[in-house]
Write a protein that binds this ligand. Sequence first.
Ligand code: ATP
Ligand code: MG
Length: 284
Amino acid sequence: MITVENLALRYPRGKEDVLRGISFRVEPGEIFGFLGPSGAGKSTLQKVLTGILLQYRGRVTVLGTEVRERTAEFYEQIGVVFEFPNFYGKFTALENLAYFASLYRRPASDPLHLLARVGLAAEAGKRVSAYSKGMKMRLAFVRAVLHQPKLLFLDEPTSGLDPAHARVIKDLVLEMKRNGTTVILTTHNMHDAEELCDRVAFLVDGAIRALDTPSGLCAYQNEPVVEYTYREAGSERQGMTPLAALKDDQVFLKHLQAGNLTRVETKEATLEDVFIQLTGRCLH
Ligand SMILES: Nc1ncnc2c1ncn2[C@@H]1O[C@H](COP(=O)(O)OP(=O)(O)OP(=O)(O)O)[C@@H](O)[C@H]1O
Ligand SMILES: [Mg+2]
């Protein structure tokens, strides 16, 4: 679906490259994620993959076409949710969708059905200028999938959404995958990456630092960590120590013998733990 070799990009008046030596492949039917903090280059990378930024170096083949040489046919096959979606504010959601659907030769799905799926049925006839940020994000998702694209690009698809609406969007993404759509998404939300993605690339300062399945990445964490809670002087306290060092943790041993422990658990590494360990950076 996508082959990228040694991609680099510098903005016209930029001093340095914001994408550096990026190489990866995306297989058909995969959900492939880029996880990285603000400024890592996620949106820039999506703009290269979707043919919006063309001054890149290296090779970027999407659906068999070098993106620099894309034609209108390319846009028939992809759907894009932009970071800052734009609509015609004076038109209603349905009018906007009818307009965007008219730009494609491919048949469009029923817009009202899709609006209902994302909880916008009652607002379908409302001007988009009166929409909240979260409503616009959901409308942007509907617009991106209306023509049933083979390949879907999502830039932070759950940003600005409350947990219930984020759930709806994530379920729709998983449903599209089951129907054979390939999905590329960018996020700084490790839960979204962990739950949705077949493979995840860690992106920092415009470069890929690691690339694997979410569970493969979590296995990078050197050793399990034990978290324990104990009662002392009438209050609950917590301790944390690597499993291998537990036998030498004097606090733990003391409270184990005194029978003060109330909870002991091995903590699974999260994607964020591994991200920090591998890149030395936080996601936020
Ligand atoms: N139009 C532009 N001109 C010059 N530099 C830019 C432009 N757009 C982005 N940049 C720079 O490129 C780098 C990557 O930005 P980008 O928007 O791709 O990051 P991001 O990972 O999407 O961040 P966020 O999570 O905040 O959306 C940043 O250093 C940013 O300042
Ligand atoms: Mg961005």
